[in-house]
Design a protein around this ligand. Structure first.
Ligand code: CP3
Length: 351
């Protein structure tokens, strides 16, 4: 397919999500716009994190970097899941070497009064402006993935107030004050639906929901605290664009997540491809699941491991990706080798 200026359009990702046949799997990497790229570091020296997110020209430039530099088949909007809590009225800081900090987290009912379901055009218009600009600059070279955090993962930060290995305070909040927790989860869900619909209207071709902390929940807690809200979001979006759910660690819920009607499921490296396929069924696209730390292997080892992954998933209803975000210490030529191996595998299977 060509666009109006005669460039090849790359719609591998969208076709794979819709279950159409393609010559090879599409490839992109979670957190592909980030600190492993020297070009990103130049902009990071000059501008603060939220300044980069809130300035459409900067967000656009950073979004396009991995498309231009390592040749991925999809662009993902440069932003962060924490812009939603910010739009809902909470202060969010990103502190170097500490990660996100929310100085006034939600602990009580009176804290909840400080949060609102905002008009997304009043609070997040810069995201939609960035999307419009990115789509223009991409000009069909790759589809654009929009995204948001899943409600449980956002609650983790809004209640705990910072990153954590266990998010025990966020869990305790759900166990001690379940009514309050569900009110907050519903407010996040309502905001997220409006936010994602506006991303689609601005031009996002597909949407990924990041439930990065799903794996901290037991299967029963996941069904009570996370899944009902993911379901609402998928139901609101799935007839407009393909939807991918990435609930890291929630391998036990693949069947339930497939039943939401989502088009794609992201998986991490702790599950075998065959098992994931069995749990998810054949009518959904799987995405993953290379261990991000394996990108640090010598390139010949890395390429062999990527080929193993591709052989295990096979071509069709599969998107090559990592099982979580790329690490900042990955050399750029290793990231490129990951992408190239997928493209070379595609050429080999076509023969
Ligand atoms: O994938 C992409 O390239 C798009 C951009 C993107 C960012 N964050 C940029 C970012 C996406 C999709 C996210 C999602 C995100 N943000 C998640 C879900 C995905 C995941 O990794 O689990 C989560 C949990 C966050 C919250 C967040 N933002 C944390 C914990 C941190 C600090 C840790 C870190 O990696 O530095 C951030 C900051 C952040 N978001 C950076 C980037 C590029 C690093 C900022 C910098 O120092 O330059």
């Amino acid at each position: 397919m060509n666009n109006c200026e005669g460039y090849d359009m790359n719609d591998l990702l969208l076709r794979t999500l819709r279950g159409e046949a393609t010559s090879r799997p599409p490839v992109w990497m979670m957190r592909q716009a980030g600190r492993y790229l020297p070009e990103y570091m130049v902009l990071r020296e000059k501008y603060g994190f939220f300044e980069r997110c809130q300035t459409p020209e900067l967000a656009c430039e950073i979004t396009l970097q991995p498309v231009d530099i390592i040749g991925v088949d999809a662009a993902i909007l440069f932003s962060d899941i924490l812009v939603v809590p910010q739009a809902m009225g909470l202060e969010v800081q990103l502190i170097e070497s500490k990660g996100p900090v929310l100085p006034e987290p939600i602990k009580t009912r009176s804290d909840l009064q400080r949060v609102r379901v905002p008009d997304v055009h009043e609070t997040l218009q810069y995201v939609f402006d960035a999307i419009q600009l990115i789509k223009k600059e991409l000009n069909g070279r790759a589809p654009l993935i929009g995204f948001a955090g899943a409600p449980w993962t956002l609650l983790c930060y809004m209640v705990q107030g910072k990153g954590s290995k266990t998010f025990d305070e966020a869990k305790a909040f759900c166990y001690i004050q379940p009514d309050l927790a569900h009110e907050l989860l519903q407010m996040i869900t309502d905001t997220t639906i409006a936010y994602l619909k506006a991303q689609v209207k601005a031009g996002a071709d597909t949407i990924q929901l990041f439930d990065s902390w799903a794996g901290l929940l037991s299967p029963e807690d996941f069904s009570n605290i996370s899944l009902p809200y993911i379901k609402q979001i998928v139901a609101a979006l799935k007839d407009e664009v393909p939807v991918i759910i990435f609930a890291k660690g929630a391998w036990y819920a693949l069947e339930d997540m497939a039943a939401t009607g989502a088009h794609g499921l992201g998986i991490d490296w702790c599950i075998k491809p065959e098992l994931a396929r069995k749990a998810a069924g054949n009518n959904i696209t799987l995405q993953g699941n290379f261990d991000p730390a394996k990108l640090l292997s010598p390139i010949p080892v890395l390429k062999k491991e990527v080929s193993k992954m591709l052989n295990a998933f096979g071509n069709g209803r599969y998107i090559a990706n990592l099982g979580h975000g790329i690490l900042p210490n990955v050399p750029v030529d290793h990231a490129r080798a990951f992408v190239d191996t997928v493209k070379e595998w595609g050429i080999a299977i076509a023969k």
